[in-house]
Write a protein that binds this ligand. Sequence first.
Ligand code: GRF
Length: 203
Amino acid sequence: ARLVVLVSGSGTNLQALIDASTDPAYGAQIVAVGADRDGIEGLARAERHEIPTFVLRTAEFEDRQAWDIALADKVASYDPDLVVLAGFMKLTGPAFLALFGGRTLNTHPALSPAFPGMHGPRDALAYGVKVTGATLFVVDEGVDTGPIVAQVAVPVLDEDDESSLHERIKTSERAMLVEWVGTLAREGFHLDDRAVRLGPDHP
Ligand code: GRF
C-alpha cells in the first residue's frame, strides 16, 4: 500500500513507520511526507530517508478552504491508498475528506472520547485520571471523533508532569500505530457505521 504521512513536529511516529516499512513484508511504503510548516524534525527524518516531502503553509493561502483544496490536490498527486496524520496539528477540511475520507488515520494521545483536542495528556493530568492512553482512529469532520481502529491504555503515575506522561503515551502510541497501519495496509479495511472492519471494501 502507498502511504502519505502528514506531520507538524518531531515526527517520532513517522520515524516508527519509516523503520517498519524498510521491511517489504510490512506491506506499506511511504511515498511522501507533507507538513504545514518548515524546519521541523519530521521533514528532516523524511529527507534523511530520501522520501519526497512537501510543505503547505496555511498563511500562504487566501483561506482555510483554499489550503484544504491544495492539500487534497498535493496528497492526491502521490496516489496514496492510505494517509496517516502523525502529529499533524491542522484539521483537514471537506475537500481533503472528499478524496481521502475513510482512508485517513490519525492518532490522539488520550483514550477517546475522553480529552479530545490539542492537550490530551495535560487534560488527563488535570482531571486526575489514573489511566489514559492513545487512540488510533479514522478521520472524520470532527476533532478526534472518528471511528476507532485501536486503543492502548497507559498508566498515569503520581509523579507525572505533562511531558513525562506524554512520552509514556507516545511509546505505546508508536507501537500501536505501526502494528495497525501494517495490518490495515496488508488486509484492507472498510467502515461499517462506526466499526472498522478488516478486509476489502467490496468483498
Ligand atoms: C503524538 O502524541 C500525537 O498523537 C500528538 O502529537 C504527538 C506527535 O509526536 N498529536 P511526533 O511528532 O510523532 O513525535
